[in-house]
Design a binder for this molecule. Structure first.
Ligand code: ADP
Ligand code: ADP
Length: 237
């Protein structure tokens, strides 16, 4: 479970991006956060892995504050949190396999991983993750040889390789065409269901949120202006 307790974010330039957000997100829920650009969606989800550090309040994961965690404890709390990005954030010249395993770098054997040598078990895991996102045959292809939709599937496989309890997806389909967007959202939803992964997805468009969300959180000006089911969201957001 993720708990936001009065989470406020003020950026160094004085801009108040989040204004005291309190929310509880139960394990396994598939949440879509909607709102216009600048509403605070990205800031909100980045407080969950402490990529953005709240100026006030805190985020608890399974009852422990990630906001206050430091050093080794923070790294340990981040490990089961996968992140998926709008522009995929792949190492373009690397193979798909290396990209999928990059989130695991240093976890098992830091010395070997630095050299990019992965264990048989890691490689088997990467193949399994690629199979689950529907691109089992792309392991040895360079990341930049793939289509946008395929690259985002690599992004999802990389998150999956962390064996995540939580997935954070920041505008994961904003760079994709509508059919590919739906395919990627279906994949995220299916994987969240299969593994019971608590998932937060930021989207610009409410239409797609209605199709996939268990719960829709609407944001405007750093505040939550709607929180409910897709049915309740009809004509409201
Ligand atoms: P998005 O489309 O996801 O909202 P933005 O284009 O707003 O992304 O921001 C891209 C990056 O620039 C982010 O890392 C964000 O934190 C940073 N950023 C956005 N606005 C500002 C700003 N006013 N000052 C400094 N950095 C900013
Ligand atoms: P969204 O994801 O909904 O587009 P963001 O969380 O990226 O919104 O940004 C919320 C607001 O905070 C925007 O007005 C953005 O310009 C501002 N912002 C984001 N990052 C920074 C930053 N590093 N410094 C200053 N302002 C920022």
């Amino acid at each position: 479970m993720i708990q936001f307790n009065e989470v406020g974010v003020v950026y160094p330039n004085g801009f108040r991006a989040l204004k005291g957000i309190s929310l509880e997100i139960p394990k396994g829920q598939f949440v879509v956060v909607v709102g216009l650009s600048g509403a605070g969606k990205s800031t909100l989800i980045r407080t969950i892995n402490n990529l953005v550090v709240p100026s006030s309040g805190e985020v608890l994961i399974n009852g422990r504050s990630i906001t206050k965690a430091k050093g080794r404890e923070l790294r340990a709390m981040r490990t089961p949190i996968g992140m998926i990005f709008q522009t995929f954030n792949l190492v373009k010249r690397s193979t798909v396999l290396r990209n999928v395993l990059s989130g695991r770098l240093g976890q098992a054997n830091p010395a070997l991983s630095l050299l990019g040598i992965f264990s048989e078990a890691d490689i088997a895991l990467a193949h399994d993750c690629l199979r689950r996102v529907g691109i089992p045959d792309k392991a040895f292809v360079r990341a930049d040889a793939l289509s946008g939709g395929q690259q985002q599937r690599v992004g999802i496989a990389r998150a999956l390789a962390q064996d995540p309890e939580i997935m954070l997806a920041d505008e994961p389909v904003a760079s994709l065409d509508p059919p590919t967007s739906h395919a990627v959202m279906s994949d995220l939803k299916r994987i969240s269901r299969e593994d019971g992964i608590t998932t937060l997805v930021n989207l610009h468009f409410i239409d797609m949120a209605r199709d996939y969300a268990d719960r829709i959180i609407g944001m405007r000006g750093g505040e939550v202006v709607f929180d409910g089911t897709p049915a309740e969201a009809t004509n409201r957001v």
